[in-house]
Design a protein around this ligand. Structure first.
Ligand SMILES: [Zn+2]
Length: 286
């Protein structure tokens, strides 16, 4: 009986692997064991739960000055992301600033749910132009479906969870996907994903009105900040060999977007998670 189940699971796995290749925006083959839609719903559940836990511990930044800066930069980038990939208009874009001075990190889950840690803001001390490169890079990973790709890797590393996850849309399957969503943001991106996110991110930022020359200086600062402690951002975003040189060479091509006249559209962010999904008495979640 058990062997039969195993055989079926294996059959499903083979079937899924056979149909699990997708193509990224730059034409690279991606392993896709979860659909982007599943990645988005699982990421939403994971995000809401994580943020509500952090909120109840007072670990979400509520300082309006910090939030306004992050929301303005991120909001302008999101507007450009939607222009680049119009179906993402339906995403529930959101960003939280997590109070963790030791964590030099930022991420964007499938479906546009983001976080940035105070450690990155304090230790890297980015200018607005540089912060836009960080968030533009993160958004690009989500636009290019890298987050679902990393969830696929996380699921493939747990065959049991994988078999459950692909076999049905059951609660167990969703729980497995949710676990993979949590794990995915801790796994390193591939270097080819990094190159894609660098390329898309610098363009998003330039179109949003942020200086493309800041991409190269950001990564210099990031390396310096990573010198002393654990550089989380650098471990999840490994450098393609010639990252800074490639970005510096891209910058002149992006100047026309940066120098284009006129105000830049800005997507208005609401603080997530929504109040009805947060437990009562969570002060930081409005
Ligand atoms: Zn990256």
């Amino acid at each position: 009986m058990k062997a039969a189940v195993k055989r079926i699971s294996l059959g499903l796995l083979v079937l899924t692997l056979a149909s699990a290749c997708a193509t990224s925006p730059t034409g690279r083959k991606q392993l896709m064991l979860v659909s982007e839609q599943t990645a988005i719903s699982a990421s939403k559940q994971q995000y809401v739960q994580t943020m509500s836990d952090l909120g109840s511990k007072g670990k979400l930044v509520t300082d309006p000055k910090v939030l306004k800066r992050v929301d303005t930069i991120t909001g302008r980038l999101i507007s450009q992301a939607i222009l680049m990939r119009p179906d993402t208009k339906s995403w529930e874009w959101s960003v939280q600033v997590i109070d963790d001075p030791k964590m030099v990190n930022a991420w964007c889950m499938a479906g546009g749910r983001m976080a940035i840690y105070t450690g990155l803001i304090q230790k890297v001390d980015p200018t607005d132009d540089e912060l836009a490169q960080v968030m533009g890079h993160e958004i690009s990973h989500a636009l290019a479906n890298h987050t679902a790709e990393r969830m696929s890797v996380a699921m493939a590393s747990q065959l049991g969870a994988l078999a459950v996850g692909i076999a049905s849309d059951s609660a167990a399957g969703m729980a497995a996907a949710q676990g993979a969503a949590a794990l995915a943001i801790t796994l390193p991106n591939s270097r080819s994903s990094e190159t894609e996110a660098d390329r898309i991110g610098i363009e998003l930022a330039a179109k949003a009105g942020y200086d493309p020359r800041a991409a190269a200086t950001l990564w210099q600062k990031m390396e310096k900040a990573g010198g002393g402690g654990p550089p989380q951002f650098l471990s999840t975003h490994p450098a393609p060999g010639n990252r800074q040189a490639t970005l510096a060479a891209l910058a002149p091509q992006m100047m026309k977007y940066y120098e284009a006249p006129g105000p830049r559209p800005m997507y208005t962010l609401a603080r997530a998670p929504a109040p009805q999904t947060a437990p009562k008495g969570t002060p930081a979640l409005k």
